[in-house]
Design a protein around this ligand. Structure first.
Ligand code: ADE
Ligand code: ZN
Length: 308
């Protein structure tokens, strides 16, 4: 199994959150961390819970532990490769330099590779609701360092904020230095926004993109361009995008020829893991073998050429 859409901060288990909160003397809202999935009720309150819980990560050592924890748990399930999304400016705001973040992730990667045979890469992300200027800064930061773990640039956060065209500059900076591009699109907004994001940002994959199902034209375009959708089934159900797995569009997207890869999104917030995602997909006719083959093709794993 391969997990191509997972936010590193979204992997933080209650046990780990509690340990880091104590170690860093950060007080967590007890009602939140004691609640299943950290207690939220819609996308806006999910994003708030997410920032609150993630605030316990305050040092490079914390980052290394969180990444290693997820990799070792994933390896036990049979995962061989993970691409983590992480917004470097978030941790820089609490004093963890970008170089230290890269070193921490690399240390986790090496330890996990050696002890559990699982590999990973990182996609540096900008947060959409923080606006285009912050995104451009995040892109400049990402391209300022060549590191073999850093392979992509992404856009997360609230898709309903700022037109996608506002992020064109950020993505052209990232792509001009060889970072591969993905962005959340068509999770909360309609199918046309998926094509717009692909064209304007130069995407090679789409985060979620499931609302493509609402347009035959968009599904045909995705299928012929072979742009994979990073589908996160449990996340979509948890965020109430669809009432049940039977109503989820994955089967229709697959039947229309759209390439599909899987991710856990924020597994600790949505009470899932990659095994569960693969088994939900198997239940609607997508075999683990086919999805893994597709994910291998769609991964950003290749190491960037070093800069002279
Ligand atoms: N950040 C973390 N999880 C997210 C999601 N499902 N959509 C957008 N941004 C996110
Ligand atoms: Zn996501």
């Amino acid at each position: 199994m391969i997990d191509l859409h997972v936010h590193l901060r979204g992997t933080l288990t209650p046990t780990m959150a509690c340990k880091l909160a104590e170690r860093n003397s950060i007080s967590l809202d007890a009602a939140r961390w004691a609640a299943k999935g950290y207690g939220w009720h819609d996308f806006t309150s999910f994003l708030q819970a997410y920032d609150h819980i993630a605030s316990v990560i305050a040092t490079a050592q914390d980052l290394e532990e969180v990444a290693y924890d997820y990799l070792s748990r994933s390896a036990q399930l049979g995962t061989t490769y993970v691409e983590f999304m992480l917004s470097p400016p978030d941790l820089m705001r609490v004093g963890v330099a970008f170089d230290d973040q890269l070193a921490a992730l690399s240390a986790a990667r090496e330890r996990a590779l050696e002890l559990h045979g699982i590999d990973c890469r990182m996609i540096a992300t900008a947060v959409r609701h923080l606006g285009p200027a912050a995104a451009t800064q995040a892109a400049r930061l990402a391209v300022g360092r060549r590191h073999d773990i850093l392979v992509g640039f992404g856009l997360t956060g609230d898709e309903r904020m700022f037109p996608v065209g506002d992020f064109k500059e950020a993505f052209s900076i990232a792509r001009s230095e060889g970072l591969r591009a993905t962005a959340h699109a068509g999770e909360h907004l309609g199918p046309d926004t998926i094509i717009e994001a692909i064209e304007v940002l130069g995407l090679e994959r789409v985060g979620h993109g499931i609302r493509a199902v609402e347009s035959e034209v968009v599904m045909r375009q995705l299928a012929s361009a072979k742009i994979p959708l990073e589908v996160c089934l449990t996340s979509n159900l948890a965020l109430n995008l669809y009432p049940s797995i039977g109503k989820h569009p994955i089967g229709r997207l697959n039947a229309a020829g759209c390439a599909i890869v899987l991710g856990t999104d924020d597994p600790s917030f949505f009470s899932t893991d990659i095994e569960m995602e693969y088994s939900l997909a198997a239940g609607v006719g997508l075999s683990a073998h086919d999805i893994t083959a597709q994910a291998n093709t769609a991964s950003f794993r290749a190491i960037l050429p070093s800069r002279h």
